[in-house]
Design a protein around this ligand. Structure first.
Ligand code: ANZ
Ligand code: ZN
Length: 831
């Protein structure tokens, strides 16, 4: 055999052109039978793709190609999440206009995807920064506004002083901006919100339906929604409305010795109006508001507070207890006020110690009675109620229920839930996003832009300066508008929408991307969704998936959609690591695919990306290991070339093989591999093990082929022909260009992607067994059941593993093996 490498340079562009000409990936969505919607998360057009990005699209392409060979009507679309900060920041630094740079990046990435043999139905391409798309993003805003699910309020918002914009809670990671890692501060601003909290319970409950999602993603969503069940209790205040708190430990209420409210609590101002140290309280509040919320609620943070001068009544003990303000209580959680039980809550304990507030044990440790004066930390476990009036002696759980019942009966409290989830802050003080379709009229107030006036076009002539306000404010043609109600002068909203709004519905648009009268054709969408398989990075486990689920539920409730969960199955691929770090431009460890493609061809890069490890796990990229994949493909190429030179039958031989004894071994290998690869593709995408077994199959084929193909019997040629066909099938989703080339070498005229994936032959898997007699030094010592196809190595291993044999070997070395095939083995050992 020659060592020349296979001509990927000519093969790859040839088949790419062929697929395009054949429109192989254009999907007829009017046909829903056997529909399979395979979706990859649409990319942000950031510039060149590196091999780390490649994993997502390659996996999606493998799944789409495989499913299509399985006979499904596969829809595999792509688009661009094209609004966003990086393009605008580049423009501020004196770069290109965001629209120019974004469209240029899209062109580059498109070229790359084509070059990788990743195929989409390009007629369905959507680009979120173009008016024909964002018109409908604005339409979705209007629908939420009509339903009271979009509202504006002045709120403390997370502010990144470097990005000069607010961030959603989800975009704050460890108290810093997710993008640039600048510490986030709180800033009071008028902001637009989507009322996702109205859907908290359904978003939580329906996670149960998503059984084909990775468990860890479901857990992350569950924690993010963060539901706690407990009781809301009203604490009376003299001459005022009672103050309401939320607790998960109502069993501890007899130990509530003081109450704390959040510094931002709307009732604080009036409660302290006549307080002598009002100024002191106000300056305390101001200081706390400069701390960020993560810091404030962290367990380690120093608890600080101030007495309001007021008291409230503990409704169970009837005692007056002091009301404090403290940094560790947040307004957004529960009711923004807490009954403090220092004996049983660690934060309250630390606070009480510091400010010498009373500590009373009301839950006793059944193993070791507690004493308030000797507590070194709060006793937070369950126990037995003490000093709790009629509830004494009850275990915590039971106490909780009994006290809640009692409160509900007397109407001083009620069972309730609290959620960690906050409303979704969607306004951004930036340019490169979809304008929020709202008008402000001095006479008529806040008004939605009438639907027929959509889209509110984003003007192109603006000056890019980081002012902390949207640059749209300096564009009079944009700002000045006519009030749709009174025809008077109105101003336009200058903030734009969070890009997560754009990406919360793009998968609907793919079904009818050219619709100009509505965002999508509900009829087609309802037949094609939910998405059968969604593939993307786990970094979107919370934000994007939660928002998409929310928007779909809203559109469902508005009767546009018949389903209420967008993604049936979810697969999250692991990251590609280089030198121990996530591969990314900012880390400077990016491997560009171009050079590798030049040296080895794109099929090699695809194969390596899939072979690198289980696709859901992170994997370390190794440039040198890529060569191993290249060698394998060359081996396959030479093998099939040699075979066709040997005069193997030209046409399909799948059904005409009658193997002899020797042929059975090969045939068994072929069909076990087919079975295994099929299972690997179906289950959890075990591409790496599928490829590994395909490599074994190639070894077995090479063994059968032997040194001189001319000596092959007719039967062997037939068998090898069958093996070759199946091998090409198995390789096709992974290395589609080479597979097409080999497929045509085998004499086929049509694309392999129009050929149905083969079924394995169960009869080929059957292994016949025989009884083997094992002798040691000529004496029969064991009888074993052995399968007919066993190799000599395996046979020896099996014999040596038998305890009945080991006993007679006594640790001695076997000098000689005498083997009578399928009958007897005699081990000759010394003395
Ligand atoms: C009394 C109590 C006694 C509490 C006790 C705990 C233990 P999770 O489980 O996270 O839902 N809390 C309520 N609202 C708060 C707010 N806005 N800011 C800070 N803390 C708040 O926590 C619920 C508990 O967190 C509630 O139950 C309340 O303290 C506190 F032995 O009430 B607990
Ligand atoms: Zn008006």
């Amino acid at each position: 055999m020659t060592e020349e490498t296979y001509p990927y340079q000519t093969i790859e562009p040839k088949w790419q052109a062929f697929w395009e000409k054949e429109r192989l990936f254009e999907t007829d969505t009017s046909r829903t039978e056997g529909k399979y919607y395979c979706l990859v998360m649409f990319p942000y057009p950031s510039s060149m793709l590196h091999v780390g990005h490649g994993r997502n699209y390659i996996i999606g392409d493998v799944v789409a190609r495989y499913k299509r060979m399985k006979g499904f009507n596969v829809l595999s679309p792509i688009g661009w999440d094209a609004f966003g900060l990086p393009a605008e920041n580049a423009a501020i630094k004196g770069g290109l206009h965001p629209k120019k740079s974004t469209l240029a990046n899209i062109a580059t990435m498109k070229r790359q995807l084509r070059q990788w043999g990743v195929c989409y139905d390009w007629r369905r391409e959507v680009t979120s920064c173009l008016p024909d798309y964002y018109k409908w993003t604005q339409w979705i805003f209007l629908k939420l506004f009509e339903k009271g699910l979009a509202y504006k309020k002045r709120a403390a918002a997370n502010w990144c002083s470097s990005c000069q914009t607010v961030l959603a809670n989800e975009q704050v990671v460890n108290g810093a901006c997710e993008r640039c890692e600048t510490p986030v501060i709180q800033k009071f601003l008028e902001q637009w919100f989507f009322k996702i909290t109205d859907y908290a319970d359904r978003l939580l409950l329906d996670l149960e339906k998503l059984t084909d999602w990775p468990e860890r993603v479901r857990i992350m969503q569950r924690n993010w929604i963060g539901k706690s069940t407990g009781v809301e209790i009203d604490f009376p205040i003299k001459e005022e409305e009672p103050l309401r708190c939320f607790t998960t430990r109502v069993d501890t209420i007899y130990g509530a010795t003081y109450m704390v409210m959040a510094p931002e609590h709307p009732r604080l101002e009036s409660l302290i109006a006549r307080s002598p140290n009002r100024q002191e309280i106000e300056s305390f509040v101001e200081r706390v508001l400069r701390q960020n919320k993560e810091e404030r609620s962290a367990l380690e943070t120093k608890k600080e507070g101030i007495f309001t001068g007021r008291t409230v009544t503990n409704p169970m003990t009837g005692k007056e207890i002091p009301l404090w303000v403290a940094n560790y209580v947040l307004l957004e959680y529960g009711t923004g006020a807490v009954m403090a039980v220092p004996a049983h809550d660690q934060r309250d304990f630390e606070f009480a110690k510091q400010y010498r507030l009373p500590i009373e044990v009301v839950i006793d440790n059944p193993r070791e009675p507690l004493e308030a004066s000797r507590l070194e930390a709060a006793y937070i476990e369950e126990g037995i109620l003490v000093h709790s009036g009629p509830f004494n002696g009850l275990p915590s759980r039971e106490g909780m229920e009994k006290i809640a019942d009692d409160m509900e009966k007397r109407k001083i409290g009620r069972r309730a839930s609290a959620y960690r989830l906050r409303d979704w802050l969607i306004s951004r003080q930036r340019y490169w996003g979809a304008p929020i379709p709202i008008l402000y009229c001095d006479r008529c107030g806040i008004l939605p832009v009438p639907e027929k006036e959509l889209p509110v076009l984003l003007p192109e002539e603006v000056s890019f300066k980081p002012t902390g306000e949207s640059p749209l404010k300096d564009v009079p043609e944009f700002v000045n508008a006519v009030c749709p109600r009174c025809r008077g002068r109105a101003r336009r909203e200058i903030d734009t929408m969070d890009t997560f709004v754009d990406s919360s519905w793009y998968f609907l648009r793919y079904l009818s991307p050219k619709e100009s009268k509505r965002p999508f054709d509900p009829e087609v969408v309802n037949r094609w969704l939910p998405v059968d398989q969604y593939i993307g990075g786990v970094e979107h486990a919370i934000l994007h998936l939660l928002y998409s689920r929310f928007i779909v539920k809203v559109l469902h409730d508005l009767k546009y959609l018949s389903f209420d969960e967008p993604f049936e199955r979810l697969f999250t691929q692991g990251m590609i690591i280089k030198d121990g770090m996530k591969m990314s431009k900012s880390k400077g460890n990016v491997v560009s695919p171009d050079e590798l493609i030049e040296r080895f061809g794109v099929d090699t890069v695809r194969l390596y990306t899939l072979f690198i490890g289980p696709p859901e796990k992170d994997a370390e990229w190794n440039d040198r290991a890529v060569e191993g994949s290249f060698r394998f493909l060359n081996r396959v190429w030479r093998l099939l070339k040699a075979l066709s030179a040997s005069g193997a039958p030209k046409e399909s031989a799948l059904e005409r093989v009658v193997p002899d004894e020797k042929g059975k071994v090969l045939r068994r290998k072929v069909h076990t591999t087919l079975k295994k690869v099929t299972e690997d593709m179906e289950g959890s995408f075990r591409f790496n093990t599928a490829i590994a077994s395909t490599m074994e199959l190639v070894n077995e084929m090479a063994r059968t082929l032997g040194e001189d193909p001319r000596t092959l019997s007719k039967n062997e040629k037939l068998l090898l022909r069958e093996a070759s066909e199946i091998l090409v099938y198995l390789l096709a989703p992974f290395v589609p260009h080479l597979a097409e080339e080999l497929w045509s070498l085998l004499g086929h005229k049509e694309s392999i992607f129009r050929a149905p994936w083969p079924e394995y032959d169960p009869s080929a898997l059957e292994t016949e067994e025989f009884t083997l007699v094992v002798q040691v030094n000529g004496k029969v010592r064991a009888k074993l059941q052995v399968s007919a196809g066993v190799s000599e190595d395996e046979l020896k291993k099996k014999i040596l593993g038998e305890s009945a044999v080991q006993k007679w070997l006594n640790g001695k070395r076997v000098k000689q093996w005498i083997i009578v095939p399928q009958k007897l083995v005699n081990l000759v050992v010394q003395g």
